[in-house]
Design a protein around this ligand. Structure first.
Ligand code: KG4
Ligand code: ZN
Length: 345
C-alpha cells in the first residue's frame, strides 16, 4: 500500500462546523471552519442545543464547499475521518451522521478520531517544517482540556496529567466574564492584558507538587476575590463592563499565573521523560504570552501551530486520519460518539 493518502475530515465537537481535505497527513488542500462563536457570544458561552441545531444547518454546505475548493470528488479520497469525541454529544452526532452517510454512499472507509490527539497532529500540518521527533511531550490546552501527554511514537499516548478542575481555556473564559470582557474569553483577556502589568497582582500558582496535574479554580477565585475587594457590591454572574477596575493589570496578572504554571510544568515533564520536542496545541496555544514564555524558557524545540490551526478545525482530524488509515484502522458504520473520551493508549 502506498503511503499517499487523501482524507476527507469532518469536525463538529463543539461550536465550529468544519471540514477539510488533507493530503498525506501534512498538506491541507481545502479547509473550511464555520464558527458559531458570534451567536454564542450573546449567551456568554456555548449553548449545546443551539450548537447542535446550527451544525445541522451548516454541515452539508461546509462539506460540499470544502470538496469543491479542494477540486476533488469522493472517488479521489481514500477515507473519511471524523471526530468521535470528546465533545458535546449533540454536536458530535451531527458530524458523525454526515461522515457515516457519506461512507455508506461512497463505500469509503470511516475512521473515528480523538479530538485531543488531533490538536497535537495540527503540528504535522506545518508542511515546510520537518516532522516532529519522538518522544514528544504534548501540552493540549483548550476550552475543555489541559492535558500533558507523552507520545513515544505515532498514535500512542501516555497521559501524564491534566486539570483537576477548570481547563486553562475555561479559566480564561470565566475570568473574562468576571472582568466583563465577553466571549470567547481567551483572546479578550490577551488583548486586555497587552497594556497591563503582569506583576501588579500576586495571584497564586497551583504547582500540584508530585503530580503532572493542573488546577486553575483557585486562581479564578483569587481574581474574583480581588475584584470583590475593589468593588464590594459586585453582583455575581452579572456580565457588564466594569468601570473603575484595573482590568489590564488584572488580566495581565491572571494570564501570567496561567502561563507560568503551564510552561514550568510542561518543561519539567519534558526533561523528566527525555522528550526531544514539546508540542503545544489547542485554543489556548494561540496565546501570545504563552508562546513567548515557551520561547524564552525552553532549551528544547517547542512547536506551536499557526494561529489558524490552534482553535478547532477539521484539517487536524485529517492529519490523524492519515496515520490511522495507514495503521489499518477501519471503523464500523455503527460507531458511536464518545463525549468523554480520554486520550490514552
Ligand atoms: O481548542 P478550542 O478552539 O476548543 C476546544 O476544544 O475547547 O479552544 C477554545 C479555548 C477557549 O477557552 C478560548 O478562550 C481559548 O481557547 N483561547 C485562548 C486564546 N484563543 C483562544 N486562550 C488564551 N489566549 C488566546 N489568545
Ligand atoms: Zn479543541
Amino acid at each position: 500500500m502506498s503511503d499517499e493518502t487523501r482524507i476527507l475530515a469532518i469536525e463538529t465537537s463543539c461550536d465550529e462546523t468544519a471540514a477539510a481535505v488533507v493530503e498525506n497527513g501534512r498538506r491541507v488542500l481545502a479547509g473550511i471552519v464555520a464558527s458559531q462563536a458570534s451567536h454564542h457570544a450573546r449567551y456568554g458561552g456555548v449553548f449545546p442545543e443551539a450548537a447542535s441545531r446550527m451544525h445541522i444547518e451548516a454541515i452539508y454546505p461546509v462539506v460540499s464547499e470544502t470538496l469543491a475548493q479542494a477540486h476533488v470528488g469522493l472517488e479521489a479520497v481514500d477515507a473519511i475521518a471524523v471526530t468521535r469525541g470528546p465533545g458535546l454529544a449533540g454536536s458530535l452526532v451531527v458530524g458523525m451522521a454526515m461522515a457515516k452517510g457519506m461512507a455508506l454512499a461512497s463505500g469509503l472507509p470511516l475512521i473515528g478520531v480523538n479530538h485531543l490527539e488531533a490538536h497535537l497532529y495540527s503540528i504535522w500540518l506545518v508542511e515546510d517544517e520537518a516532522e516532529p521527533a519522538f518522544p514528544l511531550l504534548g501540552l493540549i490546552v483548550s476550552g475543555g482540556h489541559s492535558e500533558l501527554i507523552l507520545m513515544r511514537e505515532h498514535l500512542t499516548y501516555e497521559r501524564l496529567g491534566g486539570t483537576q478542575d477548570d481547563a486553562a481555556g475555561e479559566a480564561f473564559d470565566k475570568v473574562a466574564r468576571l472582568l466583563g470582557l465577553g466571549y470567547p474569553g481567551g483572546p479578550a483577556v490577551q488583548a486586555a492584558a497587552e497594556t497591563g502589568d503582569p506583576q501588579a497582582f500576586k495571584f497564586p500558582r497551583a504547582w500540584m507538587e508530585g503530580s503532572w496535574d493542573f488546577s486553575f479554580s483557585g486562581l479564578k477565585t483569587a481574581v474574583l476575590r480581588e475584584v470583590r475587594s475593589q468593588q464590594p457590591d459586585l453582583e455575581a454572574g452579572v456580565e457588564a463592563p466594569r468601570p473603575g477596575l484595573p482590568i489590564a493589570d488584572l488580566a495581565a496578572s491572571f494570564q501570567a499565573a496561567v502561563v507560568d504554571v503551564l510552561v514550568s510544568k510542561t518543561l519539567s515533564a519534558a526533561e523528566a521523560f527525555d522528550a526531544k520536542e514539546v508540542l503545544v496545541a489547542g485554543g489556548v496555544s494561540a496565546n501570545r504570552a504563552l508562546r513567548e514564555s515557551f520561547r524564552q524558557r525552553a532549551s528544547l524545540p517547542v512547536r506551536v501551530p499557526p494561529l489558524s490551526l490552534c482553535t478547532d478545525n477539521a484539517a487536524m482530524i485529517g492529519a490523524v486520519g492519515h496515520w490511522r488509515y495507514l495503521a489499518g484502522q477501519r471503523d464500523a458504520l455503527d460507531m458511536d460518539v464518545l463525549p468523554t473520551w480520554p486520550l490514552t493508549g
